[in-house]
Design a protein around this ligand. Sequence first.
Ligand code: P6P
Length: 354
Amino acid sequence: MNDDAHETFETEATDFLRMETLEQFIIERQGSFPHSTGAFSRLLRDISVAGKIVNRDMRRAGLVDIAGATGEINVQGEVQQKMDALAHREFVRALKRGGECCLIGSEEHAEAIPIKANSGDGDGEYIVLLDPLDGSSNIEVNVSVGTIFSVYRLPDSSVPPSLDAALQAGIHQVAAGYIVYGSSTMLVYTTGQGVNGFTLEPSIGEFLLSHPNITTPATASSYSINEGNYNSFQRGLKEYIKWMQISDKESGRPYSTRYIGSFVSDFHRNLLKGGIYIYPATTKSPNGKLRLMYEANPLAYIVEQAGGRASDGVMRIMDKQPETLHQRTPLYIGSKDMVLMAEEFLSGNRLHTD
Ligand code: P6P
């Protein structure tokens, strides 16, 4: 690296000190947050603290005994990874300690977890639903994974928080976000006023605003799906996939398949570059695999705020009225025109030869 380039690198390397931290960003926008009393700012801080701890432990997975399975089967009937349990514990601890949250719904816990206020404090007014560590089986092969969170307000603070209070349609979310533990660690969230991304600067332990006002391209030329399930896909989806694979220079087809097997990572790439992630109903997962409350809804909120779209192939994800905490849903999410195209094929109104 020549002297000029080195000097530029040095300047940029410390330029981050002039970048806005997550806490500064939240406080500056606190006034625009409905009924803001600073409680939401503190809630998001609590989530980011747990994310930093999970990030720290994740980066040592090959060195300390936190990779691999616990030997337990979680409520999903899936083998629980050690990092799943660790991440769940860290987020519950941070939310309990912060005092702004009155109820937690977690992929790693069968029932909703009421959070009693610290002595003398009023109960928290927020409900947090989360997947503490999605795609965790990828950790032992060093593939990026993520945390997903969804925030609701307690509808009626006069009654003890219950599961019913958590089972609100996605349109009632007051905030949603994810942390992707990738080549860098990023926290991306929305409160309904656009989508902003923050990159963790490890040397100072701060999330810094690196991706302001994220918008997602209306279309692109890649799609994310596990084509190993092709034979169990419904006809319209097979037609859509065949259409994407036809050579057509004008529309940039054939599209490329990009499927990491880690939803947050696939979603994050598609959010920034455009694309569609599809997890449909399959023989093994007749209602789809992704969970409505703490995977589909939060990322649907983000993608819509970024100009994209999220549906179950028929209806808008955020309009679905939940019945249970861990219910699953088919999911088509990403670039708006690509999701609309998928829905057109699924309706039977289009064939790949059209
Ligand atoms: P399959 C991880 O278990 C996950 O929930 C998502 O992160 C990922 O996109 C999907 O499942 C992968 O599922 O059936 O393709 O292995």
